[in-house]
Design a protein around this ligand. Structure first.
Ligand code: NDP
Length: 248
């Protein structure tokens, strides 16, 4: 059984999809969890369901990761409710897919704001606790397409490649506080995000891997749990591919 020296986690984008699965897995491992999501009603419901299923301390807080002034207050509230904060999972993300010559300024700005700047701002908002508490864990969610490229996702891929840069540089800066920083590059996983893709492209991409199946949110949650556990205490600055062996 894995052991955890950390015990108080914030997971962004936690109302559904990967964030929900990650929050539930960490709660099952015994961590107290604050789920943050722009969908305030949804995230409170999700937190209540996970708390009931796991008997862990799980709360849901409304939070838009692009709301710079509001973000620090949300992290302060999360830390107050959890009795501190030693783990951050930067998961919230959106897509606005179009071929690049058709991308509007807003398509570019929104995706960069949520998927890259939002991750940085969450990291910065969590920093006072991560620097003070030690040991700590940060796991940031990138994407397989940051490695391979893809049609119609230049804004998303630029942001997700930027997340890999955040992982590497934050690992260097937070090591002195006994905090590891790693990333996960999921392949295509069955969530609302991929349900929005055109059906034909989705079906082909989902099983374009050695294991010939779509990824499940639990596959990513398991990888995040490992990176948060003591088994990964000597792993930092790494980005783990969890994609069924696609893009080898
Ligand atoms: P979902 O769209 O299913 O869930 C994302 C959650 O984040 C939603 O609850 C959404 O709220 C919330 N959210 C969106 N914008 C913000 C914001 N500004 N502030 C706070 N919360 C926000 O996505 P997935 O679970 O599929 O994806 C999770 C992460 O994994 C993303 O970063 C994604 O890029 C990445 N990823 C996903 C893959 C996949 O195949 N699913 C593959 C590779 C990476 P709302 O419902 O209101 O939009």
């Amino acid at each position: 059984m894995a052991h955890y020296s950390v015990s108080k986690a914030v997971v962004t984008g936690g109302a559904r999809g990967l964030g929900r699965a990650i929050g539930e897995r960490l709660a099952r491992e015994g961590l107290s969890v604050a789920l943050l999501d722009v969908n305030e009603v949804g995230v409170k419901e999700t937190a209540a369901e996970i708390a009931e299923a796991t008997s862990a301390h799980v709360i849901g807080l409304g939070c838009d990761v692009t709301d710079r002034p509001g973000l620090q207050e949300v992290f302060r509230r999360a830390a107050e409710e959890l009795g501190g904060l030693d783990t951050l999972v930067g998961n919230a993300g959106i897509t606005r897919d179009r071929m690049f010559h058709k991308l509007s300024d807003d398509d570019w700005d929104q995706v960069i704001a949520v998927n890259l700047t939002g991750v940085f701002d969450c990291l910065r908002s969590a920093a006072p606790w991560l620097r003070a508490e030690g040991p700590g864990r940060v796991v940031l969610i990138s994407s397989v397409v940051a490695k391979t490229g893809n049609l119609g996702q230049m804004n998303y891929i630029a942001a997700k490649a930027g997340v890999v840069g955040l992982v590497r540089s934050a690992a260097v800066e937070l090591a002195r506080f006994d905090t590891t920083v790693n990333g996960v590059r999921p392949g295509f996983i069955e969530t609302a995000m991929t349900a929005a893709m055109p059906e034909e492209a989705r079906d082909a991409l989902m099983t374009d891997n050695l294991l010939k199946r779509a990824g499940r949110p639990e596959d990513i949650a398991g990888a995040v749990a490992y990176l948060c556990s003591d088994d990964a205490s000597f792993v930092t600055g790494q980005v783990l591919d969890v994609n069924g062996g696609s893009a080898l």
